[in-house]
Design a protein around this ligand. Structure first.
Ligand code: ATP
Length: 334
């Protein structure tokens, strides 16, 4: 099976091809970089309008030279249906429908969060892991049970990356802030910030406000960054551990752009080691938004006959991972 995937839920216009015979994944991405502030939906959509055709054309060129005529060598076109910014999703949806039509191949509608999870499962070879999705606009802990990925715990307010980005905007740093928090935290001393876990859910908005206030009161920015990392990632690690304990799962995979953070990876690794669980974090290009994960899940869904009609392919900005019937896998329920 060979599938072309298209991603464009927020900032990353990306196209990829996945070939399941060789397990090769080839990705072309073009990131939107705001001049100031965070991601503006209209500007992000403008970026998609320009960049999606370019990355798709580039990947089609690669398909042509590696496998031959795309209309004969591709089995399906997959795209991120959501969750994400409506104006961006609509552009990606239109591109995917047009391409599937032009190539006369079926269309596959992928849930972006499930794709963040499945790429880790695919590359680790784990069967029934718990997954921590730590991305810009989201934060979920998921476990597979009875045909669905269930949300075991999640943020009650902002996504984890957005919480870090809000603080860095306040400090005057350019988007994305996450990597800058990581760099500064290395030089900082821990400062206490509110740690908010309620059951299996967590909240970041109070932490962001407290971090801004600490900075305004003169706490060195490096120390605030260190406090942010220790607090926010400590919360995610606690809930991930509780999810492993509750489900009895012995595998944890990490997904999402914040997963590129070395401190988060380190905490999760230590926690898993402590309880004898296996831990897997995909390479950075598969953690941040990318079309490779869309193509991989698209191929699994295509093989399971899980394709959609054009008329039925509207985008879903609030698409939750637990709305997706998992058609492509069998496994022991967690
Ligand atoms: P979603 O997948 O929920 O739609 P998204 O589209 O915003 O989220 P991702 O690529 O998953 O995108 O994540 C981007 C986020 O990752 C940004 O908020 C960015 O600040 C954060 N990030 C990137 N690198 C790091 C890092 N090293 N440490 C912490 N955060 C990081």
């Amino acid at each position: 099976t060979r599938v072309l995937g298209i991603e464009g839920t927020a900032w990353c216009a990306s196209a990829a091809v996945f070939d399941d015979a060789t397990d090769d994944i080839s990705i072309r991405s073009d990131a939107y970089q705001p001049d100031s502030g965070g991601i503006h939906p209209r500007e992000a959509a403008e970026h998609m309008r320009e960049a999606v055709p370019t990355v798709v054309e580039s990947i089609l060129g690669e398909v042509e030279s590696t496998y031959g005529d795309p209309s004969e060598t591709l089995d399906a076109v997959a795209f991120s249906r959501g969750p994400g910014l409506g104006p961006c999703l609509r552009i990606v949806g239109t591109a995917a429908r047009a391409l599937a039509g032009a190539l006369s191949v079926p269309l596959v509608g992928v849930n972006h969060m499930v794709a963040h999870l499945e790429i880790g499962r695919h590359r680790s070879g784990f069967d029934t892991p718990v997954c921590l999705n730590a991305s810009g606009a989201n934060a979920h802990v998921l476990g597979y049970h009875d045909g669905r990925y269930r949300v075991l715990g999640e943020t009650m307010d902002t996504g984890v990356g957005n919480a870090l980005d809000k603080f860095t905007r306040h400090v005057g740093w350019t988007h994305p802030g996450g990597p800058k928090v990581e760099a500064h935290a290395r030089e900082g001393e821990y400062v206490e910030l509110p740690y908010v876990v309620k059951g299996m859910d967590f909240s970041f908005s109070g932490i962001t406000s407290a971090a801004k206030a600490a900075y305004d009161e003169g706490t060195p920015v490096e120390d605030v960054c260190r406090g942010l990392e220790e607090t926010v990632f400590g919360m995610l690690t606690e809930v991930s551990e509780r999810a492993l304990s509750l489900t009895g799962a012995e595998e944890l995979v990490l997904g999402g752009g914040v997963g590129q953070n070395g401190r988060l990876e380190g905490m999760l690794e230590t926690m898993c080691e402590g309880r004898g669980a296996a831990f897997y974090a995909p390479e950075p290009e598969f953690l941040r938004d990318n079309a490779g994960m869309v193509a991989v899940l698209g191929a699994k869904m295509y093989d399971a006959g899980d394709t959609i009609q054009i008329d039925d392919s509207r985008v879903l900005p609030d698409f939750r991972p637990d709305e997706v019937p998992v058609t492509w896998r069998s496994g022991t329920p967690a």
